[in-house]
Design a protein around this ligand. Structure first.
Ligand code: HEM
Length: 124
């Protein structure tokens, strides 16, 4: 059976990552996190990560996600927004099917705890 990676294709993954960061850098709340960041390197690492999450042969050679995001004070809300951007780009711009979206959503749930440092305030 074809992996998600085979269905989508490596060049599509690169397009997804390009578009993903373009949308993020266009968001006034998210942009400041990326000030001074080496974007080509960041893109390369996210492409590797996404390829391996989707079942491709690339090994992820970036930093551990908790180490990479430590001290940024990423909020629950910003994490959710970034996750939505990724899902929207995959689904609406690149026609990813429900199975693939479900898989990515599951992984986003799994890594959330390593990236979010400021959980949403409890209501009330
Ligand atoms: C949604 C899930 C996320 C994934 C899968 C993800 C993935 C990654 C990856 C693979 C890297 C590169 C690590 C390395 O340098 O080796 C990275 C770095 C980074 N991420 Fe994320 N990220 C996520 C969410 C976020 C959010 C919500 C923000 C901020 C709003 C963010 C901001 C950054 C920044 C600024 C860096 C660069 C760190 C540096 O180079 O010093 N990320 N992320």
């Amino acid at each position: 059976m074809a992996t998600y990676y085979e269905k989508l294709g490596a060049s599509t993954v690169r397009e997804v990552v390009d578009r993903f960061y373009a949308v993020i850098l266009d968001d006034v709340d998210l942009k400041p996190y990326f000030d001074g960041i080496d974007m080509p390197r960041l893109k390369r690492h996210l492409v590797m990560l996404l390829c391996s999450v989707l079942g491709g042969p690339e090994a992820y050679e970036g930093r551990d996600l908790a180490d990479a995001h430590r001290g940024m004070g990423i909020t629950e809300e910003h994490y959710a927004r970034v996750g939505e951007i990724l899902v929207t780009v995959l689904r609406d711009d690149h026609g990813a099917d429900d199975d693939l979206i479900q898989h990515v959503t599951t992984v986003l749930g799994q890594v959330r705890g390593s990236i979010v440092e400021k959980p949403a305030e409890a209501a009330g």
